[in-house]
Design a protein around this ligand. Sequence first.
Ligand code: SF4
Ligand code: SF4
Ligand code: SF4
Ligand code: FES
Length: 1009
Amino acid sequence: MVVTKSLLNTPLDTTPNTTITVNGHAVHAHLGEYLVAALNRHADAMKARHVPQVCFLPAMGPIQSCDTCMVKVDGKLVRSCATPVSAGMAVETEGEQVDVAQREAFDRILQNHMLYCTVCDNNNQNCTIHNAVADLDIKHQAREYTPKPYEKDMSNPFYRYDPQQCILCGRCVEACQNVQVNETLTIDWDSAHPRVLWDGGEKIEGSSCVSCGHCVTVCPCNALMEKTMLGHAGYLTNLPGKVLDDMIEVVKGIEPPIGYGPILSLSEMEAEMRNERVKRTKTVCTYCAVGCSFDVWTRDRHILKIEPGHGPANGISTCIKGKFAWGHINADDRLTTPLLRQGDTFVPVSWEKALDVIQEKFTSIKAKHGPDALAFISSSKTTNEESYLMQKLARAVIGTNNVDNCARYCQNPATAGLQRTVGYGGDSGSIADIETAGLVFIIGANPAENHPVLCTRIKRSHKFRGQRLIVADIRKHEMAERADMFIRPNPSTDAVYLTALAKYILDHNLANMAFIEKWVNNFETFHASLKPYTLEYAEQVTGIPAATLITLANEIAAADGVCILFAMGVTQHCGGSETATALSNLLLVTGNYMRPGAGAYPLRGHNNVQGCSDFGSMPNVYSGYQKVDDETIRAKFEADWGVALPTTTGKDNHQMIDAILEGSLKSLYIKGEDTITSDSNANFVGSALSQLEFLIVQDINFSETCAYADLVLPAAASLEKDGTFTSTERRIQRINKAMEPLGESKPDWEIIQLIANRMGGNWKYKHPSDVMDEVARLTPLFAGVNYERLEGYKSLQWPVHADGTDSPLLFTEKFPFPDGKAKFSVIEYMPPSEETGNGVYDLHLNNGRLLEHFEQGSMTSRTPGIREITPNSFVEVSPELAAERNIQSGRFVQLTSPFGRVKVQVVVSDRVQGKQLYMTLNSVEEPVNKLTSSHTDRSTHTPAFKETAVSMTLLPEKGDNPILRKNFRHGTRTPQMGLEIERKWAKPEYHLPGTKPADKLVQIKSITI
Ligand code: SF4
Ligand code: SF4
Ligand code: SF4
Ligand code: FES
């Protein structure tokens, strides 16, 4: 049965368009909305009690498991959470029959859950059961609490399940099956003692659970709880197990005579006291660019939990990293003081001393070699304001445009391809557009692991809304397995079939000519350029049969809105910009811009890789992509900053490395980037960094790159500072300081300001908001951005007009070209740089992230639970290659390229085929970038990480499969369409509460002691 589910990123329309009566009063509501939502709004307006609702969570919609929301509609008892509003309906939320039904339902819940709130870590006022007991004014329960015959499951590193406290509401199942769509959880309704199951069994460890934490977040009680909460949240919860159990027994014993009133009063006092020491701070995830935001609950420096709920990108969602991977914040090896090189070691020094050294070295290098002998690398992990200040330091204080950021390693070809064709290098729309698209086409991206929360929206739309899903990749990742159509082109050939699709669509009158005529320039030249891209040619180059391409072309042409999502599989090639251009051309041919549910979506990698470039840390542009060689724009910045600015474009990251080796670049200041493990061809980069006269590395931990530094500066982590990040959907969001910087570390913006002022900058920023005000003043793209408009969970998607109007959809009235039209751009196909299949280097090496680690794992590896499930990197080898070379999983091999070699363990997997290998990025000791070359995308100098040829030598050591048995990759999902509550309703002992004469007013409200 196909069930239509509400969208997760598109709020339901609740504009009143009908009237119902509630207890005789006229109430405005929206036709078709869930009755409970209308009742809640009415109760809020009247400052009245809500209808009880334990299983209903607006973000997920009705589950219908708890029966506490019973009301009467037109005289009949119904669940208000699942009843759509219809015109003129007469609703009763009061009266004996309703009261009996609600209390009967709640009594059944209390049979499964013991109320020991005062000694429960969940007693922080957001426990749904606790609040419902108070709302219903429950004094006693009629049914006795009945423990289930199961032990607590502590086997997951991050959360535990306590079946004894589980009320079987099924929120967790709904979240896992239909929001995260990991399809791990079910409830065994047919059992005599139902409980939550993982992959159909009782153990969490070894199941397919990806530890996204959705289930824990939505659990209405303490049955599922973050381990970081246990024993830390309450005043009385850190007692030894036996004492705690005794106290629980006492509560159980005194409830019958005294009732819940005094017990709950005590627990509410305790909860109130917790507010004194538990701090809740809204922040944004520091890992990928989906932009999940949430409250972080802290007790001093201890992170109690991450609580999502209001994020515009993520709602209730997180992935394992955002929910649980915060070990880096308090890691033992955090940098807490500046470190100055002395010979082969580093010595701690004061900030004054560090600034003295910087002043002396910057001044002398600039005097001797000129300002262009210095260069600056900004960080896409740090804030927008910090990116802006880094480029201002380079340009206004030092006098060079030598400033760049790590988007050079990944995103710039995407930006270039889109800027050529549609003017802006950002996502065309929002995650809401992706979830509403008729067809999602994922090319060279693995969003299930790299953009997990965004990917859940696709998985849900695909599961419930009939959204078509097509994947093109050389590796069979999760979304390829789920896809309606999966194609595996030869490596580095995407541009060819994309252009052939455009040609086929035009040749067969499937193109959107009305859109092209109205909105796109350069059609004739583009059309003529397509001549060589026949289906036969495409088949020959890509290996995709012509018949498959025809099916694909027809799907794209017929779809009601196409979103193309792409990432490093497109960009990290010599022709990365060309492929990005080709996919944008295809979208223009089919009219898939300027409408909701369509467009190009370069999935940004780091939390702020979008913003770092947006705010000017690039060698050719100031903030908002204003060109440094445009005299009018330069004059504007000169007037505001009161300095003369350099006139020529600076060096990008790649050119900086070459310039060091040539001897023209003497000093490099790297902020928040581990260049040695991030840039391509690590050995080459290392030899360059060793030659610098002065290298500053600023980071939160002592990275591999720090080892090359002359001076290491300790930076504050994201939870220790204020600022903003910009997510992949161009969404600017606030981060807020949850705790003080550790030791003597400082926020990057403060450090940059200290350096600027030592160099005569005379900057006077008191807070990042001052920086943002300056950016808004100088940058049309951000004209209306200020901290007031970003308060709390408010956000803005650029461009932001002066009046604060933002742009969820990027192109509505025009494209940002002089005549308002987009532009077809002729592509030049670039074959791969490193041919494989002959000679010594006979294997193709692909690479990418793992879900549970971010990049090389320098942050995620500092969370013990992540290390516990995935301690090592590995290389995937196809079954056929493994058979040919007699290799089993666990075998150590050496991979060798012309640029270096690494030792790594094998996993035999059919995710890869033939002579293609896939190596994971999560190693700083044996990183894949020791193997990758210095070949780059022709237009942007982004390294061709995905074009690497290697040889593989078997080493004598054999080990176990590096994917540990407890890792979720060994699990077997149990997909179903949701909770399957109908199975509970079908049990002989079940009836709808309040519908049998035997149902009585089971809880006595009036007794007080
Ligand atoms: S994948 Fe695991 S953590 Fe995520 S919702 Fe499912 S059971 Fe919970
Ligand atoms: S574990 Fe699941 S079924 Fe049990 S109370 Fe929590 S959300 Fe409900
Ligand atoms: S890593 Fe990405 S998907 Fe995961 S919680 Fe953070 S922002 Fe969200
Ligand atoms: S809230 Fe309606 S059945 Fe649970």
